[in-house]
Design a protein around this ligand. Structure first.
Ligand SMILES: O=C(O)CCC(=O)C(=O)O
Length: 149
């Protein structure tokens, strides 16, 4: 595996915002079409993460379903259509600092706002098969998401 991209997500105490339900697939698809299915992301937690400070929340099994229906009414065209999901199956992944969660681009996930007094920092490197261009070397074409459900 080789690097594709990476980012630092900082949910500041009392200010960190939510990430609504989504798959990473549409975000990567706009840069690399079907290659997006091969991406794997690690979340490296630098702080304890729990429901209060914005832990990751996942829908188990959703990684097997391929592209989820998008919310075409949302300002961003990348989010999943929440009405098509079953939040009763949501799992809040509470982990201590130093934990690493790996997931593929089809996993439907979200995270809640940080309403606590504790920061929640995490590094998110994304990996791809060796020999392919990195995200910054590819053309990013937002309109490609229209090809997805
Ligand atoms: O940092 C988080 O809580 C989740 C971020 C996320 O879902 C993403 O960057 O795709």
């Amino acid at each position: 595996m080789a690097p594709f991209t990476s980012k630092l997500n900082l949910k500041r105490a009392r200010e960190g915002s939510e990430f609504p339900w989504h798959q990473d697939y549409p975000y990567w698809y706009a840069a690399c079409r079907e290659d997006a299915a091969d991406m794997v992301t690690a979340i490296v937690f630098l702080d304890d993460a729990d429901a209060g400070n914005g832990a990751l929340r996942v829908l188990p099994g959703s990684h097997l379903g391929g592209p989820a229906r998008r919310d075409r009414a949302a300002p961003t065209q990348y989010l999943a259509a929440a009405a098509t999901l079953d939040p009763a199956h949501e799992v809040v992944v509470e982990v201590p600092a130093g934990s690493v969660i790996w997931f593929g681009s089809f996993l439907v996930h979200r995270s809640s706002p940080n309403t606590s007094g504790r920061d929640r920092r995490a590094l998110l490197p994304t990996w791809q098969p060796t020999g392919r261009p990195r995200l910054f070397e590819r053309e990013y074409r937002r309109e490609l998401v229209e090809e997805l459900p």
